[in-house]
Design a protein around this ligand. Structure first.
Ligand code: GLN
Length: 276
């Protein structure tokens, strides 16, 4: 292989079609550096890449060009300050979902001992972020997928966070009452053209019937019998689903129904409170 500098290799990756940030993250990964270390790439732009690093990088560039999320290629994702291990068994945690975590934290005063339930935990992102921020709360996380629970419980163990995991179809196998239920459920409509960009992620974590609301309907129907009086249900949903989710919550008897925007200004989460 001919000698290639860091700068030339980054440029080539972008010429092939990678976003600049993705090219940088993959270079840092093969060079064994932290994702925060982008300044290192600038400081070392004239360094030559060893041949074996070039070969490894080439394979990873091809995977990214085929649409695989960076998180699956590097094997981890930062979420709410936690380093989560992720792979194709679980959805790649999105920054949008930090909106759900922030809202939940507003409802969990520091030091409170609320019981919190995370439905469809996937990698464990939401449950682990909440347990990390509120060590005094008792957090339970549910998924229907044994594969997802294996990823989530490995993350909990690695991060030494005492989240309880239950395999359950939504609340079917979950005992007890909770002060707060949160969920980032599947909410994309079957056949949504957007899915062609998401073929590397588990479809069961993404789609939910003709209008994308089947799972949200189930959760809203089941939640009242699993919430303590005055308890809250918070749901993440699609960019155009806030009104539909508000209606579902009101029809199930929830009060104070409202939505919150993500960083892009999209109404991304909707929630309500069970009467006290
Ligand atoms: N936010 C994801 C997307 O549209 C979907 C996640 C989900 O269905 N929970 O790419």
């Amino acid at each position: 292989m001919t000698a290639v500098t860091v700068a030339q290799s980054l440029q080539r990756a972008q010429t092939l079609g990678l976003a600049r940030i993705d090219a940088q993250l993959l270079h840092l990964h093969v060079l064994g550096r932290e994702p925060h270390d982008r300044a290192w790439l600038l400081a070392h732009d004239r360094d030559e890449l060893p041949a074996e690093v070039q070969a490894t990088l080439e394979a990873l560039l091809q995977r990214r060009l085929a649409g695989e999320p960076i998180a699956y290629i590097t094997g981890f994702k930062e979420f709410f300050g936690l380093r989560l291990q992720v792979d194709a068994r679980v959805l790649d945690p999105r920054p949008d979902t930090e909106t759900l975590v922030e809202w939940a934290l507003d409802l969990l005063p520091k030091g409170c001992t609320h019981r919190v339930l995370d439905l469809g935990t996937g990698s464990g992102a939401v449950a682990l972020a909440l347990q990390h921020q509120r060590p005094s709360c008792s957090v339970t996380a549910v998924d229907a997928s044994a594969n997802a629970l294996a990823v989530a419980s490995a993350n909990a163990q690695r991060l030494a966070l005492p989240v309880r995991f239950v395999q359950s179809d939504w609340m079917a196998a979950v005992p007890g009452l909770f002060e707060l239920i949160v969920s980032n459920p599947p909410y994309v409509a079957d056949g949504d053209p957007h899915l062609t960009a998401l073929t590397h992620e588990p479809l069961q974590a993404l789609t939910s019937g003709a209008d994308g609301l089947d799972d949200i309907r189930s959760i809203v129907a089941q939640a009242p019998s699993h919430l303590a009086p005055g308890g809250w249900l918070l749901l993440e949903h699609g960019w155009d689903q806030a009104h539909a989710v508000q209606d579902l919550l009101r029809s199930s008897g929830f009060e104070a129904v409202q939505s919150r925007q993500d960083l892009a200004g999209t109404a991304r989460c909707t929630g309500g409170r069970l009467p006290g």
